[in-house]
Design a protein around this ligand. Structure first.
Ligand code: ADP
Length: 552
């Protein structure tokens, strides 16, 4: 802008100065011509009156005049000339100024000599006898004067250019300075020029609009950050060059990926499955955990702009799915064994292929296998109830009550196996589901009988200790090998399959116990030594001693 104003004002002042000088020269030259011509006229007047009164005598006496004087008679013949011989001069009646003077009384003319660059001004006046007296003066032409004064003129022009340059610079600076000093963030506070007030008002309102929009944008960004920061799922937005545009803290904890890191190859492989134009899903592994990657395209007006990736830890679901699959396979197998036994025995009996004396044992086998099948189905149903994560009704109850009920149910079995059941049961209040606590106690006591030694014993304790309700089942049985101690709570896991089957076990008892304990907000611990016995300890959160027993 400064340059533009400078250039314009410099050109303008230069032109004005140039034309001012030029016009002054022309005006001066015209004025000079006028002065010269009137001087010639007065000289001619003087000479004419001299000739009119004294004739030749007057002319002859004229000496040292600056003008050329020519006397011409009425026929045009030159009678006298102070610079040339009149005899050599031709007839002058046709000369413009002479002819005009003869006709009108006075006549003027100017004649240029291009070779000499001079101009001669003539003034002629008619005499009383009809002749003409002519005064002439020759001087340099305007252009010659111009050439002669060229160097001072150039100097003047140079000076005027310098003055113009200085003026232009000062003007431009004066105009631009207030504009430069303007604070564009607060345009209305500056009073640079009234002429730009509308522009400044507009600028101010646009500034406000931009500030509002920026604030809204910041607000939305903050909101989005708050939401994504709080998400347990990881969220990543990437552009078409796989640069991460947004990622939340969960991404760092789930994938160990920071927003400056490149996208890992296994993640890229999943999102590239459907060439990024459709939803794609897959699972990657990080630190032994299963992380699900769900990618969806981000489009704007049907043009792909990037990809959004949802990152979820599905380790639990993945594991549960595996357990479910294993369980289904195991159930089919477990159901098949007693069924095959029933089918086989029944078929032999039907075809009369069993001797009379052996029949009873076949009937017994069918009965036992059916009972085993029923127990298995019962256990599966119980486990599936617990699996559904449904809430079981909880009541305030004395831990002693379900344990005593289980002991009563198992007393005959203990007697049959010759196992002594010792009890030490104190009143201990808990908040739990009666049926679940019964299942826990029943399964643990049942196992302690079935996996005991001959004439062995089981000690069942219920007590409260430091705000915890404790149920302990300690047997003097066969014990559990160290390597199996973690696995016995898995479905269908048995240390010795045939022993389990022989005693009517399904391999599901301890799984039911584990789930039931979880449902009752408790924990279970096992201590066991091979050949010496096992102690199962279940700990429930206890209620204050005085709480009512609602199970009665
Ligand atoms: P099962 O129906 O086979 O008894 P459980 O789930 O109750 O199934 O127990 C799993 C396995 O743990 C049993 O097969 C057995 O090998 C072992 N086990 C459970 N309780 C005891 C115990 N008190 N003493 C020794 N081994 C036990």
């Amino acid at each position: 802008m400064f340059k533009k104003i400078f250039r314009a004002s410099f050109l303008l002042t230069s032109l004005v100065l140039f034309f001012a000088v030029l016009l002054s020269a022309i005006v001066l030259s015209i004025d000079f011509d006028h002065t010269e011509m009137s001087a010639l006229a007065s000289q001619a007047d003087l000479a004419a009156s001299g000739v009119n009164t004294s004739g030749k005598k007057y002319i002859k006496n004229l000496k040292g005049e600056n003008y050329r004087i020519t006397w011409i008679n009425s026929k045009g013949k030159v009678l006298y000339d102070n610079e040339e011989n009149p005899k050599k001069m031709g007839n002058h009646s046709r000369r413009e100024e002479v002819a005009e003077a003869m006709k009108k009384g006075t006549g003027t003319s100017e004649r240029y000599s291009t070779t000499l660059s001079t101009v001669t001004m003539y003034y002629a006046e008619r005499l009383n006898d009809g002749g003409v007296i002519r005064i002439a003066i020759t001087r340099n032409s305007f252009w010659r004067i111009l050439v002669r004064f060229l160097s001072p003129l150039l100097l003047i022009m140079l000076l005027s250019v310098l003055v113009s340059w200085f003026l232009a610079k000062t003007i431009s600076q004066t105009i631009v300075k207030p504009l430069n000093e303007m604070d564009l963030d607060k345009p209305l506070e500056s009073n640079a020029y009234d002429e730009i007030k509308p522009l400044l008002t507009r600028l101010d309102s646009q500034n406000k609009q931009i500030a509002d929009q920026m604030e809204q944008l910041h607000h939305r960004e903050k909101e989005l950050k708050t939401v994504t920061d709080a998400m347990l799922e990881g969220l990543i937005l990437i552009d078409l060059d796989d640069q991460i545009l947004l990622s939340n803290p969960a991404v760092v904890s789930l994938l160990g990926l920071h927003d400056t890191d490149p996208l890992p190859d296994d993640v890229k492989e999943i999102i590239d499955k459907n060439s990024r134009l459709a939803h794609a899903e897959g699972i990657v592994e990080r630190n032994g955990r299963n992380i699900q990657i769900s990618a969806s395209p981000i489009t704007s007006r049907k043009i792909l702009k990037g990809t959004s990736i949802l990152v979820v830890d599905v380790t639990k679901e993945y594991h549960e799915e595996q357990v479910r699959r294993e369980f289904t396979a195991n159930v089919s197998h477990e159901l098949k064994t007693p069924l095959q036994s029933i089918m086989g025995s029944a078929e032999l009996l039907e075809n009369h292929l069993v001797k009379e004396e052996d029949r009873d044992s076949f009937y017994k086998k069918i009965h036992e296998s059916s009972a085993q099948l029923l127990t298995l189905i019962d256990d599966i149903i119980r486990l599936s109830h617990l699996d559904e994560n449904q809430r079981f009704e909880e009541i305030k109850l004395n831990l002693k009550s379900p344990v005593t009920e289980a002991l009563e149910a198992l007393q005959s079995s203990a007697d049959r196996h010759g196992i002594k059941l010792e009890t030490n049961l104190s009143d201990t209040m808990i908040l739990a589901n009666f049926r679940l606590v019964y299942e826990i106690a029943y399964n643990l006591i049942d196992n302690s009988i079935r996996y005991n030694k001959e004439k062995g014993k089981t000690k069942i304790t219920v007590k409260e200790h430091r705000g915890q309700a404790i149920l302990q089942v300690a047997d003097t049985g066969i014990g559990i090998p160290q390597e199996a101690q973690n696995r016995i709570f898995e479905r269908f896991y048995r240390v010795d399959k045939s022993h389990s089957r022989k005693t009517g076990g399904t391999g599901l008892g301890l799984s039911i116990v584990k789930h039931a304990v979880q449902q009752c907000h408790g924990t279970i611990r096992l201590e066991s030594e091979l050949g010496k016995g096992s102690t199962f300890t279940v700990i429930f959160p206890a209620l204050p001693a005085g709480a009512d027993d609602n199970s009665k």
